[in-house]
Design a protein around this ligand. Structure first.
Ligand code: AHR
Length: 521
């Protein structure tokens, strides 16, 4: 006879489903409603939100994008298969060389004949940097990728001179010792790199050259002046908050830094990593609400800093490192194969929700870089024989391929659930992009682990015009992963939804991300 008491495993399973069960009444009959008015917009979607990031860390560059001598690489040493996968991801902006690495990177080590470049002790990740991939290699790679470069200067152990001379080497037309060096190294014309970072995570005690907000503000201000005097057209990104640990005054950091730099910068960099260390699916899915909160607060601090400023000065937010990262983390991360996260479906859903959040804040978020591109907390994963695309590749690819134009300010009604930390988390997370050619893209993340949910989209000022193509990122269960042998989680083409008139109805599967693409007339 079966014991009526619950086994430990059954009990755990019940606890896991509790949030969903608590809300079962709400969700069984309630369909979500989304009102769409093309006159009600958040802002222009900047393609630079589909950026990515390369750091000299683990196998991101060496063994990732760059693998000299591999049969899979071209004559520059670039892995051809990785380049193709990165091109298909439509990477718009590529940040380099770090990350924490940038705070001990001296760019002159990475120019000139590769075999003569110095090997240096690298202190951010406890390794040796051979400098075979440097400024020329990076800018050549970005050109082949078809992206814009974004260079992060060393404001940790670096000097004002170094930062200024890097801009001169890369962007200056005139005849100077520095530009002659560039020419000797095989590049006549300047590259005109527009985006430059004033250091990385300078608020973090883990950062080499970490300073107080005042000290960083003063130091970065002098660097910014010299960099601008070298090339007035560059856009500068200040190191805003990355330290959101209890007790860290993240709002105070931004406020102080902006006081020093507000006349010189165009972007404030913020970083956000989330994870599921307690294996609490519903809490994890809600983690992007924190991203939305921080965005709102940072936007207010920027508005405060600029209030009363002459002219129409704007400073935008650059979420220039974001992703799911928690398994391959901590002090044990030393050696070659570090930060190699294997992503599953629940991570891909959170990634889709990050992207919804960027669209829903398109007026202020103008740069975002998923960290990173290959192997290191990345959508592309290689070994010496090939690669596979991780689960998180697919939502990013769908957004980057299709979400252009303006982001719409949607009015939504949707059933919610509660977690330990949040009272009302919508089961469905939405965003929408509308292009001048009439294309409408609707994004829906269904956080519900067990139920399909109905959605009615209502066109307020226009009409739906015919078929909407459907792409769905999903898999057999929330822990499903991809690997070198099989792709379990990917974007599948669904049955098109037909809609003429004011209402478009669809049903989104449990634990899925769905994108609908069609037209308004
Ligand atoms: O992306 C990995 C690391 O995360 C970066 O080096 C650093 O900027 C952040 O803490």
């Amino acid at each position: 006879m079966k014991n009526s008491a619950l086994s430990r495993r059954e009990f755990a399973a019940l606890i896991m489903t509790a949030p969903a069960l608590l809300n079962s009444k709400q969700t069984s009959s309630d369909a979500a409603r989304v009102k769409i008015d093309t006159g009600r917009t958040v802002g222009q979607i900047d393609e630079k939100i589909y950026g990515n990031f390369l750091e000299h860390l683990g196998r991101c560059i060496q063994g990732g994008v760059f693998d000299e001598g591999s049969p899979l690489s071209d004559t520059d040493g670039f892995r051809r298969d990785v380049l193709t996968a990165a091109r298909n991801l439509h990477v718009s902006l590529l940040r380099w060389p770090g990350g924490n690495f940038s705070s001990n990177y001296h760019w002159k080590d990475g120019i000139g004949p590769r075999d003569s470049r110095p090997r240096r002790l690298e202190m951010a990740w406890g390794t040796i940097e051979d400098n075979r991939f440097g400024t020329h290699e990076f800018l050549n790679y970005v050109a082949q990728l078809g992206a814009e470069p974004y260079i992060c200067a060393n404001l940790g152990t670096g000097t004002w001179d170094e930062a200024q001379q890097w801009v001169e080497y890369v962007n200056f037309e005139g005849d100077t010792a520095t530009t002659r060096l560039r020419k000797t190294n095989g590049r006549d014309k300047p590259w005109s790199v527009k985006y430059w970072g004033l250091g990385n995570e300078m608020d973090g005690p883990w950062q080499m050259g970490h300073r107080t907000a005042e000290d960083y503000g003063k130091f970065a201000l002098e660097a910014a002046k010299l960099m601008h005097w070298t090339d007035p057209t560059i856009k500068l990104v200040a190191a805003g908050s990355s330290n959101f640990r209890p007790g860290a005054d993240w709002t105070g950091w931004n406020r102080t830094v902006l006081q020093y730099l507000k006349e010189h910068i165009d972007y404030l960099s913020l970083h956000c990593y989330v994870g599921n260390p307690e294996n609490d699916y519903y809490e994890f899915q809600a983690s992007t609400l924190e991203l939305a909160d921080r965005t709102r607060v940072a936007k207010g601090i920027i508005a405060e800093a600029l209030s009363g400023a002459p002219g129409n000065r704007k400073i935008y937010i650059a979420w220039d490192e974001w992703n799911v990262w928690y398994r391959a983390r901590g002090d044990a991360q030393r050696g070659r194969r570090i930060l190699e996260e294997h992503y599953n479906l629940e991570d891909a859903l959170v990634v889709s929700s990050f992207l919804n959040t960027f669209l829903n804040n398109a007026d202020i978020v103008k740069i975002a870089n998923m960290a990173q591109l290959v192997n290191v907390i990345a959508p592309i994963f290689t070994n010496e024989k090939g690669l596979f695309l991780q689960t998180i590749y697919y939502p990013l690819q769908l957004f980057a391929s299709n979400c252009r134009g303006v982001a719409l300010d949607l009015a939504t009604e949707c059933p919610t659930y509660a977690t330990k930390n949040r009272r009302a988390v919508p089961y469905l997370d939405f965003s929408a992009a509308y292009n001048t050619d009439g294309t409408l893209v609707l994004n829906v993340t269904n956080r519900h682990r067990d139920r399909a949910l109905d959605v009615a989209f209502e066109a307020e000022d226009k009409q739906f015009a015919g078929e909407f193509q459907v792409s769905e990122v999903n898999g057999p269960d929330i822990k499903a992963e991809n690997n070198l042998d099989s792709t379990t989680v990917k974007a599948n083409v669904g049955k098109p939804v037909s809609a003429n008139g004011k209402i478009l109805k669809c049903t989104v599967a449990p634990h899925s991300f769905t994108q609908l693409k069609g037209r308004l007339a």
